[in-house]
Each structure stands twice: as C-alpha cells, then as structure tokens.
Design a protein around this ligand. Structure first.
Ligand SMILES: [Zn+2]
Length: 239
C-alpha cells in the first residue's frame, strides 16, 4: 500500500464567528474546516458557517469534519477543556499548515504560543517518515494573536472586503435564534464591530445595556490591561 502523502494545504478552523470570518477573507486558506462538537449552539453554527463560506469565501473549500462530541465536558461558562487540542488534531487530517483564529484578548492556554509550538512538535513527531507515511511538515499558527479583535476587524475593513460577512458572523454561546447580546462572545463581537463602524446586526437584547458588558468594563477598569490586554481599552472606550 502506498505511503500517506502530505497534502500541502492550509486549513483554517472555521466556526463562522467573527475572528475566523475575518481570517477567511484576509488570508484565503485552502480549506475552511468546521468541526462539529455537539455544543448547545452547534446547529446554529452549522447553518451560519455553511452560509458564510458559500456566500463570501467561494475560493476556499468548505469542509465539515466528523463530529467530536465534547458536550459532556462543556463547563457552565462554556469553556471546553483541551478544546483546541482536539480541533488541531482533527485539522491535521486535512492539511499541514493549521490556522487558529485567536486574538490578543483570548485568555485560555489552548490559544497560546507555547501551545501551538508544542502542537507543531507533537504532530511532526507523530507524522515523521515511517513505514506507512512520508514525512509531514506541520505548522500550527495563530496568525492574528498579536492583534486585538478591534484591530483584526479594522484590517478587514481597510482591505475593502465585504463587511456583510462580519454582520452575518455568529459568535453567540447562548442563543440559537437571535444572538443573545449578553454573553461574553456577543459583547466582544459587538465592541469590535461598533468601534469600527460596522453594523453588528440584530441582537435579542441590547449589548450596550447588558449586565455582562458592565461587569467586563469593571474588570477592564480594575485590571488596567491585565484583564484582556489592550482589549481592555476598547471595552472602556465603547460606552
Ligand atoms: Zn450571546
């Protein structure tokens, strides 16, 4: 049997959320990979990601990976331990250059530089030349981790890409119909779009008066750059 060959493809983990939509437009990966995880918002994400890929990113190949059921491990705050380790391992089946859409304000360690370094080393060790596969050269990257969410949106807008894709992006963890306007991803998305003058679309409740925004602004004011780095200033500016 022939040895498994590398594909030479770039793969973006694509959820249809604001960050992955910006990266899809700006960097045009070969593959947009959605990985279903059986989360509460999975069905909504499935519809949104498929629609966005088809409408705005026809030059990338949209692929839906087999389900990884992470629902049993999801915490009430919606953090799934090791989530991106599962995601990266899955993406490694589709290409060797793997992009994760994390920005400066993301705090979990599975969106950190040490993680992508170790993930690259691990994949290259497992997929070295051996009896069943040729040497694969993996590179797991966080291409926009040095930017805030606001800066990422600004880059997208300045590149004259279609901002309707941003308006139609979906980052909500709570709702499956209208974005709730009160979960942290909804607030962070709203702040980044509003500060760039992009229509954030319709929310179930107004993010501007949300209790979550008040709490996040308090954490940003108290932490002075220690809550979500430079995103703290954006939270305070949006008022
Ligand atoms: Zn929400």
């Amino acid at each position: 049997m022939k040895k498994k060959q590398p594909t030479g493809r770039t793969v973006l983990l694509f959820s249809g959320g604001l960050d992955s939509v910006c990266i899809a437009g700006l960097m045009q990966p070969d593959v947009l990979l959605r990985v279903p995880t059986n989360s509460d918002y999975d069905m909504r994400e499935a519809v949104k990601a498929g629609e966005l890929a088809q409408r705005y990113f026809p030059n990338s190949y949209y692929n839906v990976a087999p389900l990884i059921d992470l629902h049993p491990f999801e915490r009430p705050d919606h953090i799934v331990p090791l989530r991106n380790l599962y995601m990266v391992t899955h993406a490694a089946q589709y290409g060797e250059t793997i992009w994760l859409g994390a920005v400066e304000g993301d705090r979990t360690l599975d969106k950190s530089k040490p993680f992508i370094h170790m993930a690259t080393e691990m994949l290259n060790f497992l997929m070295q030349n051996q009896h069943w596969c040729e040497r694969h050269r993996y590179l797991v990257l966080l291409p926009v981790k040095h930017m805030t969410k606001r800066e990422l949106v600004s880059w997208y807008v300045e590149s004259r890409l279609d901002t309707r894709a941003l308006t139609e992006s979906w980052s909500c963890y709570k709702s499956t119909t209208l974005a709730c306007g009160d979960c942290k991803p909804c607030i962070r998305r709203w702040v980044a779009l509003t500060l760039n003058g992009v229509d954030p679309g319709v929310y179930d409740s107004n993010p501007q008066t949300s209790r979550t925004l008040i709490n996040m602004r308090a954490a940003a004011a108290e932490g002075a750059g220690n809550y979500r780095g430079r995103e703290d200033a954006d939270l305070l500016e949006v008022a």
